[in-house]
Ligand binder design. Sequence first.
Ligand code: AMP
Length: 386
Amino acid sequence: MKKVLVLGAGQLARMMDLAGAPLGMDIKAFDVRTNNVVHPVDPEHIYGDLKNGIKQCDVITAEFEHVAHNTLEECEASGKLFPSSNAIKIGGDRRLEKSLLESCNVANAKHYIIENKNDFDQALKQLELPIIFKSALEGYDGKGQWRLKSADQVEKTWLDMANFIADATSSVPQGIIAEQMVPFDREVSLVGARNTLGEIAVYPLTENHHTNGILSVSVASSINEKLQANAAEVFKKMAEKLNYVGVLAIEFFQVGEQLLVNEIAPRVHNSGHWTQQGADTCQFENHLRAICGLPLGGTHLIRPTAMVNIIGEDDISNEIYTIPSVSMHWYDKEKRVGRKMGHINLSGSTEVELAQRLVHLSTLLNKESFPDLSEFAKSYFAKVSQ
Ligand code: AMP
């Protein structure tokens, strides 16, 4: 029985455990807030500290990229960490991420790295408004971001960012990336896996919709083969450059027929949750297979599937269970505004059927917690039923 230690004890570690159990894997999670190794589904069950956790396991992986660097180094020294600490650190620092994209010659938004006022002034000269500024470290779900749309906001934007940099408590110096705003048609992501033998398998591109900076709906359905091939090529380049092992997610902006990389996540990803019901092998199992030296499982779409995030809500009508192919995934978390509490996967035998079910689902969920779902479902239905 392979023993896997996951750095982080959130829903991703939990879903790895749920996927790993049938494979006879024993998954434990390191909770970075308490410094305890715990059971991923029953965190009250404590096994000990990190040192002991590292000793007891065969393989170590991470469910998030903002792991303290000394923890990553301690894990890497054991020779058990997959993906490498380098890959995890790159995912946690937009400066390293941009330099990886450049070194792989992968298309991305024009950008400029800012550490001081002089850099900020240079960025304004090099880029055109609107510009989006993103913190180099610890930015996720749209946090640590500023949008500069008109010249009269320049001073205030710089003051806000200068205060943000000055207040940083991170061990690595905080910085800002200035990025040209891209007039994208849609946001898509590619989730794929590379195993210890260097074999690669990628899932179909997923279309993603955000509400207030947080992913709200992902849909995996019809494939544009040219875009898929383009995204798969980007995945191969980056995964091979990093000698990557595990699941890696790449988020893109689609502009016409072009894909620009927005960011990467060196882990299983929210936009890949649909794979639990829409693919032969879900991303959690494929991640475990990849890091444990097993062949990768099927990644093609077996039926059109959507994922709806449950954010800041713990009360969902049981009526949703009457929808065929609905699949509920709660994370067993205490309710908090903006917190990812669970997700709903929904499939159909055709895209039209999926769209009809999404419309039905949207009528059963309350509008405050799912503000954009109804509109999205209706427009998706209109698109696929043409
Ligand atoms: P990020 O944290 O980089 O994923 O950014 C959060 C969201 O902001 C993205 O999902 C986009 O909707 C938007 N965004 C980020 N960067 C850009 C950009 N360069 N151009 C347009 N929109 C962006």
